[in-house]
Design a protein around this ligand. Structure first.
Ligand SMILES: O=C(O)CCC(=O)C(=O)O
Ligand SMILES: [Fe+2]
Length: 181
């Protein structure tokens, strides 16, 4: 509940950045499902030989991540370089997911991230995934110009996303209308 309130408070900023009505972006999350994941990464004396979470981007709408302790480990990739996202007391890490990338017609991108182990300390996180769609569909908002992604039913999107994950591919990429971009 608190997390969906936070999403409702964040979306007007994104809406004004994109030049769309606030209600539109707030509405895509309203009444939608939430899922939660609890992670614990044990310490490892050889962090170069293990991976906490393999590189991926989140498949749903918006991800809100709470660091339970002060152990670092989350990294985000930009232009081929990994950057640490270190815990800040009292702060949440907010990640755009693939559905939000599609709804914003690619104007907001879901970032590739991974978790590496710490040599000395374990690390715990709580991650809340907010689902989003428009009238049961995952598709770019029409206000954002010519669609760069195909429209798909939300249930088909979820199935396709799981299938692609199992195959090691990115479902969001298969929905691109111009595969070269
Ligand atoms: O635990 C973390 O820092 C990241 C977790 C994550 O990326 C995920 O659950 O999708
Ligand atoms: Fe993730």
């Amino acid at each position: 509940m608190e997390m969906s309130d936070l999403t409702t408070r964040l979306m007007p900023f994104m809406a004004s950045d994109l030049g769309v009505e606030q209600e539109t972006l707030v509405g895509i999350f309203q009444g939608k499902r939430q899922s939660v994941a609890f992670h614990y990464y044990p310490p490892c004396p050889h962090p170069d030989k293990v991976i906490g979470i393999t590189p991926h981007h989140d498949g749903l709408g918006l991800t809100l991540l709470l660091h339970v302790d002060e152990t670092p480990g989350l990294q985000v990739r930009r232009n081929g370089t990994w950057y640490p996202v270190n815990p800040l007391p009292g702060a949440l890490v907010i990640n755009v997911g693939d559905i939000l990338q599609i709804l914003t017609n690619g104007m907001y991108k879901s970032a590739v991230h991974r978790v590496v182990a710490d040599t000395k300390k374990g690390r715990a996180t709580v991650v809340m995934f907010q689902h989003a769609c428009v009238a049961g569909l995952v598709k770019p908002l029409p206000e954002l110009g010519e669609a760069a992604y195909k429209a798909i039913e939300k249930v088909e999107y979820i199935k396709g996303n799981f299938r692609a994950l199992a195959e090691g591919t990115w479902f969001v990429d298969s929905l691109k209308i111009n595969q070269k971009t």
